[in-house]
Design a protein around this ligand. Structure first.
Ligand code: ADP
Length: 547
């Protein structure tokens, strides 16, 4: 029977030791020690204070923890803990274990003392770690017998264990704070760190990386396929290429791409990294991924502003052009008036001077022709050439243009798919002008695909005949058209190209309109643009070229 009691008591002490040594925070340690000490007696009241206001807390490293907080656990909860001066002196400074049973009435637990009267017994022990007093365990009771010698020795052992645990708590707390610091820093900087094993293709990543890629925290490590599923599909080929090259040469990795979240949010990220051998002996890419969406937006705004500026400059130079046109035409006009007045004067002479009058009249004709030439020249400049309507076999006209563009298409890495409807009858139109339209649309398509990397560049050109007439469809897999700019594409001088004039589409639309047809643009699927123009099958009468 006696043996059983001792065994169960030993078990309780063992459990209390375990509970104390399991703690990884100051607060947890203070609470665990107090609970163990109270559970083991009928004291009922007590407190544990870690890092008392003196120089009690040693640091785990130079910077963490940055402050020296106090941790108080008390039963019943007390707002303040104040050791009487003599106790403090003996326990904290002289490191004595003090048992006071001489009818003392002042409790160290400030609030709870108010509800209680009468003498108390106090037991107070220092917590000593590496020769420093890092805390105090305080217990009180009304009964003298509560703190018998056996109890005091068990509680001293618990206090020693708590002081030992203090060391690991210190390390844990420092680690926690360092980690928190790093996580916070990454969160503020919108950047995450990662390690990618090039053999297993698995990645380990910081929390911010998970947020940037919208991956659930429980996916750990992250398989390459999961990571890839968040990369914008258009950016995957280029990313894989960049990764393969970096892995092949073991050179530093640096690449920008887009990330698409499950809710469709798109981010621009910049990844950098370098290779080293990981703990398992595998080659790993270690680096940082940062969110550069804001930077990209700013860059885009700058590009837009530049485009606007370029357009404004072009408009201003059009003003200059108009000025020189006026000058060019004014000269012959003034000449005409002067020559005509001279002619009149020769005719009004008496006798008449027919030879001189004739010469003046000839000058009028000559200058009139000059003015006519200037106007014709300007028209050629603006309209290309005069429209000459004739029977046109549209498929042949297109094939001729494609032959002309063969080298451009090859150079631009564009695959050409044609589907020309052989049943199309001849139509009436200006062959050269219609070819100009096709040439322009194909050139634009090549330009639109030039900046698309890592994906196939395909130009599909088809013709078909239907109720509305002939339709010519030119589809590309280029950058496509932003909805905001769709209405402006056909405006004269609208361009997004550095060297563009912004006249191509507006001229194309005019040419097609003169033919009685329509030209419009739609989105191509999954990406790119589709330009379609229609031409009526039978022109009613001939159309004046001077529209
Ligand atoms: P320019 O080629 O001189 O810019 P255009 O009038 O031919 O003038 O084209 C106007 C604008 O329309 C281009 O700058 C471009 O932004 C847009 N665009 C034309 N074709 C395409 C296309 N196939 N895909 C995407 N954008 C296009």
């Amino acid at each position: 029977m006696r043996l059983e009691v001792e065994t169960s008591e030993l078990e309780r002490i063992g459990k209390a030791f375990q509970a104390i040594s399991k703690e990884t925070s100051y607060e947890g340690l203070a609470k665990a020690l107090l609970k163990a000490a109270l559970d083991y007696s009928d004291a009922g009241r007590g407190a544990v204070l870690l890092s008392e206001s003196g120089e009690l807390l040693t640091r785990a490293d130079a910077s963490f923890p940055r402050e020296r907080p106090k941790f108080l656990a008390s039963q019943p909860p007390a707002s303040e803990f104040r050791l009487p001066v003599d106790l403090s002196e003996r326990v904290l400074t002289r490191r004595e274990i003090v048992l006071r049973d001489d009818g003392w009435e002042g409790s160290a637990l400030i609030d709870s003392a108010r509800c209680r009267r009468g003498p108390i017994v106090q037991l107070c022990l220092p917590l000593i770690h590496r020769d420093q007093t890092v805390g105090v365990l305080y217990l009180e009771s009304e009964r003298k017998e509560t703190f018998g010698p056996r109890y005091v020795s068990v509680v001293s052992m618990l206090a020693s264990q708590a002081a030992v645990s203090f060391e690991s708590v210190q390390l844990f707390e420092a680690l926690r704070e360092t980690n928190l610091w790093m996580v916070k820093g990454q969160q503020i900087g919108r950047m995450g760190s990662y390690r990618w094993n090039t053999r297993t293709l698995l990645s380990r990543a910081s929390r911010e990386c998970y947020r940037l890629f919208d991956i659930d925290f429980d996916v750990n490590p992250v398989p390459f396929e999961v990571f890839k599923s968040r990369v914008h599909p258009d950016d995957i080929p280029a990313l894989e290429e960049a990764l393969a090259e970096a892995v092949g040469t073991k050179s530093p990795f640096s690449h920008e791409y887009r990330v698409v979240h499950r809710d469709g949010t798109t981010l621009h990220v910049a990844a950098v990294g370098q290779f080293d051998v990981g703990p398992t002996g595998d080659v790993e890419l270690e680096g940082i991924i940062s969110d550069i969406t804001d930077r990209k937006a700013a860059e885009q705004a700058l590009t837009d502003a530049r485009t606007e500026l370029a357009r404004a400059i072009r408009l201003a130079s059009l003003g200059e052009l108009a000025g020189s046109i006026i000058h060019e035409i004014n000269q012959p006009l003034t000449g005409i008036i002067m020559s005509a007045e001279a002619c009149l004067r020769w005719l009004e002479r008496s006798p008449i001077e027919p030879a001189e009058a004739r010469r003046s009249a000839l000058r009028v004709i000559e200058q009139g022709r000059r003015a006519g030439d200037v106007v014709a020249g300007l028209r050629t400049l603006v309209r290309g050439a005069q429209l000459r309507f004739a029977d046109v076999q549209i498929n042949d006209a297109i094939e001729e243009i494609l032959l002309l563009l063969k080298r451009d298409l090859e150079r631009a890495g564009v695959t050409l798919n044609t589907a020309l409807d052989k049943s199309i009858p001849t139509i009436e139109g200006d062959r050269v002008q219609l070819q100009q339209v096709v040439l322009n649309l194909v050139r634009n398509a090549i330009d639109a695909m030039a900046s698309v990397t890592g994906k196939r560049r395909v130009l599909s050109l088809s013709t078909k005949v239907g109720g509305a007439g002939v339709a010519v469809v030119i589809a590309d897999t280029g950058i496509g058209i932003a909805p905001a700019s769709r209405d402006r594409l056909f405006d004269a001088l609208y361009t997004t190209k550095r060297d563009g004039l912004g006249l191509g589409l507006s001229i194309c639309r005019k040419i097609i309109a003169v033919h009685g047809g329509r030209l419009w643009v739609e989105e191509n699927t999954p990406n790119g643009a589709t330009f379609t123009f229609t031409l009526p099958l039978h022109q009613s009468g001939s159309i004046s070229a001077n529209h």
